[in-house]
Ligand binder design. Structure first.
Ligand SMILES: Cc1cc2nc3c(=O)[nH]c(=O)nc-3n(C[C@H](O)[C@H](O)[C@H](O)COP(=O)(O)OP(=O)(O)OC[C@H]3O[C@@H](n4cnc5c(N)ncnc54)[C@H](O)[C@@H]3O)c2cc1C
Length: 391
């Protein structure tokens, strides 16, 4: 089998890249180890930056997002029993975000690719990327019980944190930067209308809570929990009680609406960057190269930024013969990646209570929140980062 771009992984990065290349008349093959229902139902991110929304529309896969997604003009911060709204358009010259689940983004991209795109093979597991330093890199993979080889001009590893593509970068050339956190997020989906029409980020003595949503009738909520927590240890009532405590404010009108919990899971928190993001003709994109803790809602959006950068670079190479953008892919992406790492780290450490936090640490967190909510410059920095760094 032969193609111009071999794409390993059909998460948002791989699927969007296949669409961008198809629209530009460049052929690709996507190899995905899981089956289609698994990829379409995996619950993960849900906040799309302005730039991501624009890219999906321009790629021709924004129609359902525009019908069913929920545009949001701000978030609420809660601390010290106070509420403070951050108004994105007012602070950023009109930028906003869209609540539209990653599952739905993937469904839209899969439907488009299967309708008129290049091959998208499910249950096709990449075993290794070989020859990245040559003009003919290849992916060895297993599909339908037998091994095969995909010969390519370029390989893009979009296979997430646990994938194989990153392993093709020689250890001597790899640098990794990592931080793990001593807590995770217990996340739920519940069949109840969201209690507030924007996301609520709450910092409290008992830890962090986030109130979010997937649709006008489905609430998504998270609690900071110890890293080794088993979701099964939490009863539904116990989760609602704890959310109630952490979201408490001095506002007689506030009330948390409860409903049947339909899903419960614990997500670990990690910051991770692999440099470089390119080795020869192998390019890494999305979670294959970097992980952010979900507090900044950046994971999916970074994946989009990487593949847009790669697609632009390859189109420039084809149209002008100039490979500069391909050669600078890693530097271009990493600049944006590190800004997202910085923001996600800042949000995480400002809002979560570490197990060994001292009274001093508490005071610093409150001072950071006080500054954010009283100085327009600080608030603008948050709004710009949350709605997205330029693509
Ligand atoms: C549990 C969880 C919850 C999250 N919640 C949020 C959130 O609330 N907000 C947020 O912004 N971000 C969140 N994220 C992060 C966000 O979902 C990711 O950043 C995003 O999925 C990255 O997309 P990707 O395409 O790079 O990688 P992925 O979505 O991980 O896709 C990689 C794909 O590659 C496939 N694959 C792996 N190995 C192989 C192989 N050998 N051969 C072929 N295919 C392979 C995988 O099956 C997968 O489909 C969450 C992540 C996780 C894990």
């Amino acid at each position: 089998m032969r193609t111009t771009v071999g794409i390993v992984g059909a998460g948002p990065a791989g699927l969007l890249l296949a669409r961008l290349l198809h629209n530009a008349g460049i052929d690709s093959v996507v190899l995905e180890s899981r089956d289609r229902p698994y990829v379409e139902q995996r619950q993960r991110a849900g906040i799309l930056e302005q730039g991501t929304v624009d890219v999906l529309r321009a790629a021709g896969v924004g129609a359902r997002m525009d019908r069913e997604g929920l545009p949001h003009d701000g978030i609420e911060l809660r601390f010290d029993r106070r509420r403070h709204r951050v108004d994105f358009p007012a602070l950023t010259g009109g930028r906003r975000v869209m609540v539209y689940a990653q599952t739905e983004v993937c469904k839209d991209l899969i439907a488009a690719q299967l309708a008129d795109g290049g091959p998208l093979l499910f249950e096709a597991e990449a075993l290794a990327v070989e020859g990245a330093e040559t003009d003919r890199p290849r992916v060895r993979f297993r599909h339908g019980g037998r091994e095969d080889v995909l010969d390519c001009d370029y390989v893009v590893g979009c296979d997430g944190f646990w994938g194989v593509a990153r392993k093709a970068v020689p250890a001597a050339l790899s640098r990794t930067y990592e931080r793990t956190y001593p807590f995770g997020w217990l996340g739920i989906l519940a069949d109840v209308a969201p209690s507030h029409d924007e996301l609520v980020y709450a910092r409290g003595e008992r830890g962090f809570a986030l109130l979010s949503m997937r649709s006008p009738s489905v609430t998504r909520a998270y609690l900071q929990v110890p890293a080794d927590t088993d979701a099964a240890d939490w009863s539904d009532d116990g989760i609602w009680d704890e959310l109630d405590r952490r979201l408490e404010v001095d506002d007689p009108h506030w009330r948390l609406a409860r409903g049947p919990v339909t899903s419960k899971s614990v997500t670990p928190m990690r910051s991770y960057v692999h440099e470089p993001m390119r080795h020869g003709r192998l390019f890494l994109a999305g979670d294959a190269a970097h992980i952010v803790p979900p507090t900044g809602a950046k994971g999916l959006n970074l994946a989009v930024g990487d593949v847009v950068t790669f697609a632009r670079a390859l189109i420039a190479r084809r149209d002008t013969g100039d490979a500069t953008l391909l050669d600078t892919y890693s530097e271009t992406c990493l600049r944006r990646v590190w800004q997202a790492e910085r923001f996600s780290y800042a949000m995480t450490t400002m809002l979560h209570r570490a197990p060994d936090a001292t009274a001093f640490d508490d005071k610093i967190q409150l001072a950071r929140l006080d500054r954010l909510t009283s100085a327009r410059a600080a608030e603008t920095d948050l709004a710009e980062a949350y709605t997205g760094f330029p693509l």
